[in-house]
Design a protein around this ligand. Structure first.
Ligand code: UDP
Ligand code: MG
Length: 204
């Protein structure tokens, strides 16, 4: 039995609407599997807090709940991936958010001799999402978490531009969904089941 090179890395796309728990679960997944966490939203917030040129570019889009242009986001993502040449795998959180970003990610990983192993979507309904984001906004200091109109816009951007990414990886047999309602540990257990199953299948 031989192993294809791409299968030696565990590269996961953690998917789902804003406020679905991606950041929280990504933290637990990297601890268990020793992966590198890349959250493009966190990277943008870091750049904005240091008022870098990249942060200045992203700011206006984020304030409105719109997407930062693909070229900007993809370039930032590439830098981050290349900063970790020895990673056992990556967990992509909040990226890719468009089909063009998914195609760019696939091309980048192919260039590195690897691929996305699985996309896992956290399923949470709109009403719960709005509730969670507002709760987070009360303490996060994120202005895009405090205004209901911006939150609604983020949800509609997700539905229109981001949700097709699920179908894109589904057509490659890589998309999975888990129920994103429950305790943090319950949801983590569901994610671990999917990760372990797909990792075993990839090594068969
Ligand atoms: N954003 C973006 N591209 C990305 C990541 C983030 O345009 O790849 C912007 C977008 O405006 C989004 C905001 O940053 O609404 C916050 O993203 P984040 O992923 O942190 O929010 P979450 O979806 O986790 O609530
Ligand atoms: Mg997040």
């Amino acid at each position: 039995m031989y192993r294809i090179l791409e299968h030696t890395m565990i590269n996961l796309v953690l998917f789902g609407p804003p406020g679905s728990g991606k950041g929280t679960q990504a933290q637990k997944i990297i601890e268990k599997y020793g992966l590198v966490h890349i959250s493009t939203g966190d990277l943008f917030r870091y750049e904005m807090s240091h008022d870098t040129p990249l942060g200045q570019q992203a700011k206006a889009y984020i304030a409105k709940g719109e997407l930062v242009p693909d070229s900007v986001t993809i370039g930032m993502l590439r830098n981050k991936v290349e900063a970790h040449p020895d990673a056992k795998g990556f967990i992509f959180d909040g990226f890719p958010r468009t089909i063009a970003q998914a195609e760019a990610l696939d091309a980048l990983l192919l260039e590195k001799g690897t691929a996305v192993m699985a996309l896992i979507a956290l399923q949470v309904h709109d009403q719960e999402i709005v509730k969670r984001i507002k709760l987070r906004g009360a303490t996060s200091g994120r202005t895009d978490d405090s205004d209901e109109e911006i939150i609604r816009n983020r949800i509609s951007v997700y539905k229109n531009e981001t949700s097709p990414v699920f179908d894109y990886y589904a057509s490659k047999g890589k998309s999975h969904s888990v129920n994103g309602i429950g305790s943090i540990d319950e949801i983590f257990g569901r994610l671990v089941d999917v990760i372990d199953q797909t990792a075993v299948a990839a090594r068969a």
